[in-house]
Design a protein around this ligand. Sequence first.
Ligand SMILES: Nc1ncnc2c1ncn2[C@@H]1O[C@H](COP(=O)(O)OP(=O)(O)OP(=O)(O)O)[C@@H](O)[C@H]1O
Ligand SMILES: [Mg+2]
Length: 227
Amino acid sequence: MIEFHRVTLEYPATKTLALEEINLSVKRGEFLYLTGHSGAGKSSFLGLIIKSVIPTTGQVYINSEPLTKYKGARVALHRRRIGMVFQDHSLLDHLSVLENLYFALRVVGAPQREWEERSLNVLRLVGLAHKQKVYPIQLSQGERQRVAIARAVVTNPVLLLADEPTGNLDPDVSWEIMELMNEINLKGTTIILATHSREIVERQRRRTLTLRKGKLVRDDPNGGYAI
Ligand SMILES: Nc1ncnc2c1ncn2[C@@H]1O[C@H](COP(=O)(O)OP(=O)(O)OP(=O)(O)O)[C@@H](O)[C@H]1O
Ligand SMILES: [Mg+2]
């Protein structure tokens, strides 16, 4: 589904070598962790997949096709197939929980008659159907993060990229989020989850990619934390 072939990324403005000679492939349906210290290149790695940054050298392939071939509308279409969850949730504060989900469905062009049922289904999945009418500021951090996940998956993405989705949450809430991710993965969505958290990586063993200063120093099918 995703392949990196000798991918190097240098940010020209600062001449920072964010990623160096990365080779790997991710199959459909996988759930993998991406770990490494702050600045190791995790967000840059995810950015390459959504083409928010492009490799300086090397190629990223999606379903065997190089991302460099994707231009304009094709890039937008590609991004619409991907759900994204960020550390700072990035919900639209002037919209209610339900409206935030509707917004995502509108962006992907889902038929309006489906919005309510699909949104309520994912809100039930994240345990927040009862909060559908409230605004993000009226939610706890963990609840906001669950809404952000609901928003990312309501469009049925083939791929979910989660960048430190449990970054600011206490351990119990983090585990709820991780269980939610499991359920989403079991429904067929491929997941790449960037995390600093040793607890997460060690408690639930999965394929784990470890970046160190832009290099992929470990790609372990059985996971575990090692930096
Ligand atoms: N837009 C940018 N312009 C220039 N340099 C950047 C940019 N974004 C990131 N970098 C640099 O690239 C390197 C990798 O950054 P990246 O954000 O990918 O790390 P990260 O592993 O996600 O870190 P964190 O855990 O802190 O989120 C860092 O040295 C960073 O300073
Ligand atoms: Mg980051």
